[in-house]
Design a protein around this ligand. Structure first.
Ligand SMILES: CCCCCCCCCCCCC/C=C/[C@@H](O)[C@H](COP(=O)(O)O)NC(=O)CCCCCCCCCCCCCCC
Ligand SMILES: Nc1ncnc2c1ncn2[C@@H]1O[C@H](COP(=O)(O)OP(=O)(O)O)[C@@H](O)[C@H]1O
Ligand SMILES: [Ca+2]
Length: 541
């Protein structure tokens, strides 16, 4: 073994170690945190693992079979260690792979495991203690099995201790988060869909505000950021938050992002009605089409994720449109626009710049004791769908999302207005949400990047809220009697991250980076990665 030690730097280990039945040169650059080796078989393939993506290192007992083959026989007692690491595959999927190196010298083996373990100890952002909530009824009802079979073994390999709660009813996780000793944990994990994530998020953000004495009912209150990260193990029906922040909905990939301690800030919208707090939203806040789908699909929960296709088809045929007024404040602090070709990626520049701009604006307003009275735009119309998205809302059904250029952490939401049009045109718009074509390139679709908005339906404007409720019931009956009718006699419902809101008139405000996830955003899928790893290998070996 060779130890190269430039002055004042951590040493670099270079050893010839056994791998399988052959030898290979293994390098650990402790300064840069890189482990590299060239596989003696597989055409001499180069391996290059940043220590930030090593999951665990273990001393390994070689079993009898391994000992009795090849070179093992010549060694009295071979010493070995195994490195578990992240292997990145196609489509943003991560696997946990392992490699076992051996040598005859016990000291050398110890030196390697020691050095690797020390580097792992230095990864301060990794969680050690997690609180896990499992919704056993989400999606295809596989949450518990997915956690036990795919996730728990990885957490234990990474020496993460967990307290696991299997929820017994809706709001169990949320209520529990107000009671637990939250400071004990480095993060909260939810196993389920967007609804379950929303519940955990409400628990954590609500708890934060309560502990800081902030009144959530005040729509203008400056909310306190939540620094406890949430990890999502996808086991729901849409899993849009997971897909849009990781690039795939896969439990193993998400578990690995949690283990390596990734952190992705996320914008959160607060939704109010008449100075009463209703809900927070991170993915879709949808009125009309997506609200109607959700309302109908709740009765069909037994169908599992298929319920959305069934209710989607039904809602599409009903072709209801709704009349109302939308007012919004354009997001002037951000460099991006919803029609941009580039989308939000790991380390996004637009998110960083926008956050800074917003902070400066708020500082100025604070100094002048001014309210943010930036211009409001008002749009009246008849809409098939009003969708406000804080993120792209990419999911397996819509791989690039409802707004492909939306940003995860830029303090803005994209407001998509789909006006009354023919069924055929609406279908063309819907189909473009599922393929590469531009879903905004229609005369009846408008999209704006906003930092806040309000909506009132014509019905509630005309009647006042009490009369609306009565009207809703009466006219609801009328409409069911005439299934072919597309008129707007009744209000629709808001779909807020997969849950319905009680009010159709709402005020929404985006809170820049209010919370954090164990994720890193979607990584650029480019050749650069291969080129980088190749040049680094050449440099290292
Ligand atoms: C022709 C097909 C057109 C399909 C258009 C699909 C666009 C899908 C975009 C989905 C955006 C989802 C945003 C996230 C929502 C979630 O927060 C939320 C809760 O998730 P959870 O259950 O995991 O807790 N999920 C939802 O509200 C579900 C939205 C479901 C959308 C399914 C739409 C299917 C539409 C089928 C239309 C069929 C038309 C057929 C005409 C012949
Ligand atoms: N044990 C439980 N029984 C019934 N409902 C639950 C339970 N645990 C959580 N929920 C609720 O189920 C809703 C949907 O869960 P989710 O995991 O998002 O599944 P899906 O993606 O299929 O909708 C959530 O809003 C959550 O509040
Ligand atoms: Ca955003």
């Amino acid at each position: 073994m060779e130890q190269q030690l430039p002055a004042g730097r951590r040493p670099r280990l270079v050893s010839s170690l056994g791998l399988g039945q052959r030898c290979c040169e293994v390098t650990l650059d402790q300064e840069r945190g890189l482990l590299a080796w060239r596989h003696p078989r597989r055409g001499g393939e180069n391996y290059f693992v940043p220590t930030s993506e090593i999951i665990a290192v273990e001393e390994t007992e070689l079993n009898k079979k391994q000992r009795n083959t090849g070179k093992w026989q010549k060694l009295a007692k071979p010493h070995a260690f195994t490195v578990y690491y992240v292997k990145k595959a196609r489509n943003h999927r991560w696997w946990c792979r392992d490699v076992t190196f051996w040598c005859g010298d016990e000291n050398l083996c110890n030196q390697w495991t020691q050095a690797l373990k020390e580097l792992l100890e230095m990864q301060k952002c990794r969680p050690k203690q997690l609180l896990v909530y499992i919704n056993p009824y989400g999606g295809k009802r596989q949450g518990k099995k997915i956690y036990e079979q795919k996730v728990a073994p990885l957490f234990s390999l990474a020496s993460i201790s967990t307290d696991v709660v299997i929820t017994e009813h809706a709001n169990h996780a949320k209520d529990n988060l107000f009671e637990v000793n939250i400071n004990k944990y480095d993060g909260v994990v939810c196993v389920g869909g967007d609804g379950m994530f929303s519940e955990v998020m409400h628990g954590l953000i609500g708890r934060m505000q309560k502990d800081s004495g902030i009144d959530q009912n005040n729509p203008k209150a400056p909310l306190v950021q939540c620094n406890i990260r949430i990890g999502i193990i996808p086991a729901g029906s849409t899993d849009c938050v997971c897909y849009s922040t990781v690039g795939i909905s896969d439990p193993v990939t998400s578990a690995l992002h949690i283990i390596v301690g990734d952190s992705q800030p996320l914008d959160v919208s607060s939704v109010h009605h008449n100075n009463t707090f209703l809900k927070y939203s991170v993915s879709l806040l949808g009125y009309g089409f997506y609200g109607d789908i959700l309302k109908d699909s709740e009765k069909k929960r037994w169908m599992g994720p298929m319920r959305y296709d069934y209710s989607g088809f039904k809602t599409f045929l009903s072709h209801h449109y709704y009349e109302g007024t939308i007012s919004f404040q354009p997001a002037k602090h951000t460099l991006g626009s919803p029609r941009d070709k580039d989308s939000c990626r790991t380390g996004c520049y637009i998110c960083k710049e926008s956050e800074q701009q917003l902070a400066e604006q708020q500082k100025k307003c604070g100094l002048k004791h001014e309210e943010d009275e930036e211009e409001w735009k008002v749009i009246k119309g008849k809409f098939l769908a009003i969708n406000a998205v804080n993120m792209s809302c990419a999911c397996p059904r819509s791989p690039k999302g409802l707004s492909p250029a939306a940003h995860l952490a830029d303090g803005s939401a994209d407001l998509i207005l789909v006006r009354k049009c023919s069924r055929f045109d609406f279908l063309r718009h819907l189909v473009r949400n599922t393929n590469q074509d531009d879903q905004f390139d229609f005369s009846f679709v408008d999209v704006y990047r906003v930092k806040s908005f309000q909506f009132t339906s014509k019905l509630s404007e005309d009647n006042g809220s009490n009369v609306t409720d009565i009207g809703k019931k009466r006219f609801g009956q009328f409409c069911r009697d005439h299934p072919a009718c597309c008129c707007n006699i009744a209000d629709s419902t808001w779909n807020c991250d997969g849950e319905t809101l009680d009010s159709s008139a709402i005020e929404v405000r985006v809170h820049c980076q209010l919370m954090k996830l164990f994720a890193r955003g979607i990584e650029e899928n480019c050749k650069d990665e291969a080129a980088y790893s190749h040049s680094s290998i050449e440099h290292l070996l």
